[in-house]
Write a protein that binds this ligand. Structure first.
Ligand SMILES: Cc1cc2nc3c(=O)[nH]c(=O)nc-3n(C[C@H](O)[C@H](O)[C@H](O)COP(=O)(O)OP(=O)(O)OC[C@H]3O[C@@H](n4cnc5c(N)ncnc54)[C@H](O)[C@@H]3O)c2cc1C
Length: 398
């Protein structure tokens, strides 16, 4: 297991971690995992059946309040859970956005009907969502988005294009940000959010392959009709909903540290026994220094994750705190990937499919790091948020 200390001071957390491992041994390790890991890389991590199993066990929405049907678990229990899932490479991405982004937004802003329809289904692991924010001309400056929603009786008619949606070719719904007031000043005052069924007439989805080996999609909305019952939050009041949801996304991206920890442990194991030519890696002072530094950084990253979970538990939205964890963990992913190239030489370039790859997953870590430093908002934008919201610095004037 992990080379880093578990944060399981409380016996209840230790028991929970043991329970998760036993459950994974029975429901994931073995035939199911072997079958899943033999899928093409782009399909891995996405498994509706596994999400249903987790839902049946009551392990989706662990951090949600009990009043909303969630587990009301402590931040330490949540950390133990996500660490064990990522360590075991369990496929949790089918329900992940629904659980960590959409569900909490519905709890806070949804109507009673939305709560009774969507929350139980999310907790059962039966819903998958793609995030439809970005557009060709709206990324960092999300408030300038142009996909429009025009009122038509009790419905809205959507027209426009969304880009870069992770998992957008597989999900059944989108969490859709649209412009409901084209003349709003400021721009963000004219945005609303919908729970959009992606099988609706008028939607065209074009998948592409990202450089890290998974798919994302461009989606075209052509006179797509949606009921006003599926708007989350007030008309033109979507910006606050999105701000909270983006913070939740950044918290979620921060939990990727558990994946990094697994790869880091594999790298450490290799360094203990590996050689490059005549060089014994474990005796090389520079290698030891690099490994120790990465180990310390991963521990710092885990503390960020814990702090975010604690704030959520207190009912707060971690805004600049989520930005801090995202920027640190995204860039740590880059540093870990770069360490592979520096420590393992050309072997660090080999993918996991190559039989002679020293630690194949590391090569993928570097390619995947664009998710950490661009997806969910770029590192530059996170630094802006930390400077302004966290440190009270004035906004840049140019
Ligand atoms: C792996 C991955 C997954 C993604 N998944 C999704 C998804 O599921 N759903 C979705 O909607 N989108 C997704 N995105 C899109 C992502 O949110 C945007 O790419 C991101 O917000 C940046 O927008 P942009 O690409 O338009 O770049 P731009 O906004 O054009 O930025 C270009 C450069 O300028 C910098 N910059 C811009 N404004 C400022 C500023 N004010 N101060 C300092 N620097 C600035 C940026 O940091 C960046 O370096 C994903 C992107 C990636 C790479």
């Amino acid at each position: 297991m992990s080379s880093l200390p578990p944060h399981d001071g409380d016996p209840a957390v230790r028991d929970f971690r043991r329970e998760i491992r036993a459950w994974l041994a029975a429901h994931w390790e073995g035939e199911r995992k072997t079958r899943h890991m033999s899928l093409p890389f782009k399909m891995r991590g996405w498994d509706a059946e596994f999400s249903h199993l987790l839902g049946q066990k009551g392990w989706i929405g662990l951090g949600w309040p009990k009043a909303a049907g969630g587990g009301g678990r402590s931040p330490w229990e949540q950390l133990a859970f996500i660490e064990e899932m990522h360590y075991a490479q369990a496929p949790i991405f089918y329900h992940n956005s629904a659980e960590t982004i959409v569900g909490p937004a519905i709890i806070k802003y949804g109507t009673p009907d939305q709560k009774s329809e969507y929350l139980p289904a999310i907790l059962r692991g039966e819903l998958s969502f793609a995030l439809h924010y970005s557009e060709p001309e709206a990324g960092s400056d999300l408030a300038s988005l142009r996909t429009s929603a025009r009122r038509d009786g009790e419905d809205w008619i959507i027209n426009g294009q969304k880009l870069w949606s992770t998992g957008g070719d597989k999900a059944e719904h989108s969490w859709l940000a649209v412009r409901t007031d084209p003349n709003a000043t400021p721009k963000h005052a004219g945005i609303s959010v919908f729970l959009m069924p992606l099988r609706s007439p008028g939607i065209t989805i074009r998948p592409s392959m990202a450089m890290y080996g998974k798919t994302f999609s461009a989606t075209f909305y052509d006179n797509v009709r949606i009921s006003s019952r599926l708007m989350v939050g007030p008309v033109n009041g979507g910006w606050q909903v999105i701000t909270d949801a983006l913070a939740a996304e950044r918290v979620m991206i921060g939990t990727m540290v558990a994946q990094l920890q697994r790869v880091f442990d594999r790298l450490t194991e290799y360094v203990k026994v590996g050689t490059i030519g005549d060089r014994v890696l474990r005796s090389d002072a520079l290698v030891r220094d690099r490994i120790a530094e990465l180990g310390a950084e991963i521990e710092v990253a885990r503390q960020f994750v814990l702090r975010n979970a604690r704030l959520v538990e207190e009912g707060k939205t971690p805004l600049y705190e989520a930005a801090m964890s995202k920027v640190f963990i995204g860039e740590l992913q880059e540093r870990l990937g770069e360490a592979a190239l520096d420590l393992l030489g050309s072997g660090g370039l080999l993918s996991e499919e190559a039989p002679s790859a020293p630690v194949g997953e590391l090569e993928q870590v570097l390619r995947h790091s664009i998710m950490g430093v661009i997806g969910g908002g770029t590192s530059e934008m996170q630094r802006n948020a930390i400077a302004i919201r966290g440190l009270g610095l004035p906004r840049a004037t140019r």
